[in-house]
Design a protein around this ligand. Sequence first.
Ligand code: TYM
Length: 321
Amino acid sequence: MRVLSGIQPSGSLHLGNFFGMMKKMIEHQENHELFCFIANYHAMTSVSDGKALAKGTLEAAANFLALGMDPEKSIFWVQSDVPEVQELTWALSNFTPMGLLERCHSFKDKTSRGIAANHGLFAYPVLMAADILLYQSEKVPVGKDQKQHVEVTRDIAIKFNNEYGDIFTLPEPEIDEDVATVPGLDGQKMSKSYGNTIDLFQEEKALRKQIMRIVTDPTPVEEPKNPDTCNVFQIYRLFMDKEQEADLRRRYEAGGMGYGEVKEELFVTVRDFFAPYAERRKELLANTDELRSILAQGAEKARHTALKTLRKVRKKTGLAY
Ligand code: TYM
């Protein structure tokens, strides 16, 4: 099965990205044909500092590789290194009703928070559809916030296929209920734009500070607590197996345990979990020539698949004359 997903290189990497998408992708590379990319074109909708985007792109690549993305097993590249995706975006745009984009939650959410609605932001899902369809992806592991975008992709693909024959594979989102929406410090979806993230690669002190900021209710230490409504528990359980989760649940329900104590444990857990990857990440970023070379090789492989699709599209649409 062909599995594809991407991540934007805009800002730091958080637990929502890791559990919602990256962890699954890294696991999938053992059994599936995996396509994974850094969505730097998409990041242009929020980053207008060229230096920051370039730096963020290398960092995002190093993050994924450090966490276990293996360029020998998978195709791993930077989106703009296969610019043909823009050509497909244009072809797909002609099969994308305005209303379909107007209904996208992510667009509505961003504009309602005061982000100016430009064409890039509006057309964002069409570019995402091009990412998915260009590589004939079957499964797309994402968090719940991206589900609608995969549905839009299917709608566009169906319209295109209806007109020109079966060119595109119809993709399906892969969303694990357990991690569909990883909560942030305040219980809302963890998101950079809400300022409620726990970041993977940061100094110990800053990590501790983030974790101590997790919002809890005022239940006194001695009283029983409800793990299901507790943000600390909901984040901590991501690092646990079923047995450990049941143990922690019992500690909550027995009373006598303060939130400060669990937060401290969570801090140690997160720190120790990511520490070995941070080392590898540092090495990768110390040798950016090698990193660029890994990405260039990935782009070459990705382009090979992309061109197969694009040749069909050019022929069917009459662009090839
Ligand atoms: P991005 O960069 O915002 O996020 C990367 C992935 O992390 C997931 N995610 C979460 N999952 C669970 N809980 C959370 N709190 C949480 N926060 C983020 C996202 O759902 C995503 O899977 N549009 C995409 C990038 C993209 C893409 C694609 C993805 C571009 N083209 C084609 C799949 C296929 C995005 O902005 O992800």
